[in-house]
Design a protein around this ligand. Structure first.
Ligand SMILES: Cc1cc2nc3c(=O)[nH]c(=O)nc-3n(C[C@H](O)[C@H](O)[C@H](O)COP(=O)(O)OP(=O)(O)OC[C@H]3O[C@@H](n4cnc5c(N)ncnc54)[C@H](O)[C@@H]3O)c2cc1C
Length: 394
């Protein structure tokens, strides 16, 4: 206990000394959230914050030191998170490396793959994207058709992926390919790691109505990927795909939550609906906010329990579908509530005198509509919960 208190004091002192003051605020836009990578071009304080935290391995506090991580115990990592929260510090790094492929490599990767990729993820040097969905294979992912044919010690890849988030900004992709066309569909898939600079990879951003292009189409034409980049077994990729989805679904469950969401909701309600006797004037809004925060607290506690289990060596199971489903439902409810509390001010417009906070709120609300699709749709999560958690018949 005394050791932990010493660790807390040292951590706090170190954070106060090394965190740039600009990192003690909520990011003003998506462009300030650090995903790292070779193409990273963030404001200087963001890059500085990444560098100092990565040097200690504190971008991935609990990963082993031998792979560049912080090597912290569960209790120490909790202290670090608490001290960062007290100083209102942002996470120094986010992305699919830390939340998806890194945990999978720690769980299932060969020693060579771990040593090659994990330190680069911790340092934010390499940004990853996810090559799962194809034009004909979304919910029915196991029907994917991207072909990988063995030629000596490489696989030659041909096919197309779609909805690849940030493929244009990524350096590497974890990708599902079909290596056996005769086997039943779940048994012919292999999980590979592919360098996006390989000849034959081309990426086309998909432009959305907002003007942004968060997704891409990814085309593969005779792309050569070393056999050594297989994660798990050849033709055993479905097991890897499911294990990674477990990490992804847990991550999505609270990925959209912001540190001061609760405060923001209450402040908005006071501002737009008024106050009476020190409380939000509208009892219906009060009720909806209270219910939302109670549901959020239940989810947060359940997620914390599951994360403790994972740190203790339990693999994520089908219960991650509950987290994904409920976490995204809560986020959609929260964004909807914020916009409705603001009334006409919740319409978010650009032009003279516009309020960037209101515009962001509207954009967050629109973005939340995708929550019930990404990482597997809500209907698919409900099917998994019915079948694999509750054991209901088909
Ligand atoms: C914001 C966002 C980011 C994404 N990022 C990535 C990424 O980085 N990489 C990647 O590979 N993919 C990504 N995707 C794609 C995502 O995984 C797919 O969109 C999703 O799996 C659904 O597939 P689909 O779009 O082909 O829809 P479909 O599978 O065609 O589904 C259409 C509708 O039918 C319903 N449906 C389908 N089958 C069933 C069933 N058996 N029972 C009940 N209902 C069913 C679905 O719920 C849905 O409502 C992203 C999607 C979004 C929205």
């Amino acid at each position: 206990m005394a050791d932990l208190e010493r660790f807390r004091a040292d951590t706090r002192q170190w954070l106060e000394q090394h965190a740039p003051p600009e990192m003690r605020t909520t990011p003003k836009s998506q462009d300030e959230i650090c995903w790292g990578g070779r193409k990273a071009d963030y404001p200087a304080p963001v890059m500085r914050w990444l560098a100092v935290m990565a040097e200690r391995g504190w971008t991935a506090p609990t990963w082993p030191r031998e792979y560049g991580g912080g090597g912290l115990s569960k209790a120490e990592a909790k202290v670090l998170a608490e001290e960062m929260a007290k100083l209102n510090l942002r996470p120094p790094l986010t992305g699919f490396g830390l939340s998806m492929i890194g945990p999978l490599l720690l769980q299932e990767g060969s020693e060579e793959l771990r040593r090659e990729h994990l330190p680069a993820i911790v340092q934010g040097k390499i940004r990853w994207c996810q090559g799962y969905s194809e034009p004909g294979s979304g919910s029915d992912l196991a029907s994917l058709q991207t072909k990988a044919v063995r030629d000596g010690d490489v696989y030659v890849l041909n096919g197309q992926k779609i909805w690849t988030s940030y493929a244009d900004k990524a350096d590497w992709m974890f990708i599902l390919v079909r290596t056996d066309f005769q086997a039943p569909k779940h048994n012919g898939i292999t999980f590979l790691l592919m360098d996006m600079t390989s000849p034959g990879v081309s990426v086309k951003p998909i432009k959305l109505i907002s003007g942004y292009s968060p997704f891409c189409e990814t085309f593969l034409s005779d792309v050569r990927v070393p056999v050594a980049n297989v994660v798990g077994q050849v033709n055993g990729g479905w097991t890897m795909a499911k294990a990674l989805l477990g990490h992804e679904r847990t991550m999505i469950a609270d990925a959209f939550k912001e540190r001061d969401d609760r405060r923001k909701l209450i402040d908005l309600a006071r501002k737009h609906l008024g106050e009476a006797q020190g409380r939000i004037a509208d009892p219906i809004a009060r009720d909806r906010i209270t219910q939302l925060e109670m549901d959020q607290a239940c989810l947060d506690l359940t997620l914390a329990r599951s994360r403790d289990g994972m740190k203790a060596g339990h693999k994520p199971g089908p219960e991650t579908s509950i987290f994904k489903y409920y976490g995204t439902e809560l986020n959609m409810r929260r964004r909807e509530l914020m916009v409705s509390i603001c009334g006409p001010q919740g319409l978010g417009w650009e032009g003279p005198g516009f309020d960037p906070e209101e515009l962001k709120m509207t954009r967050d609300w629109l973005r939340s509509r995708g929550n019930s699709i990404e990482g597997g749709t809500s209907e698919i999560q409900l099917n998994i919960i019915a079948k694999r958690v509750l054991g209901l018949p088909d």
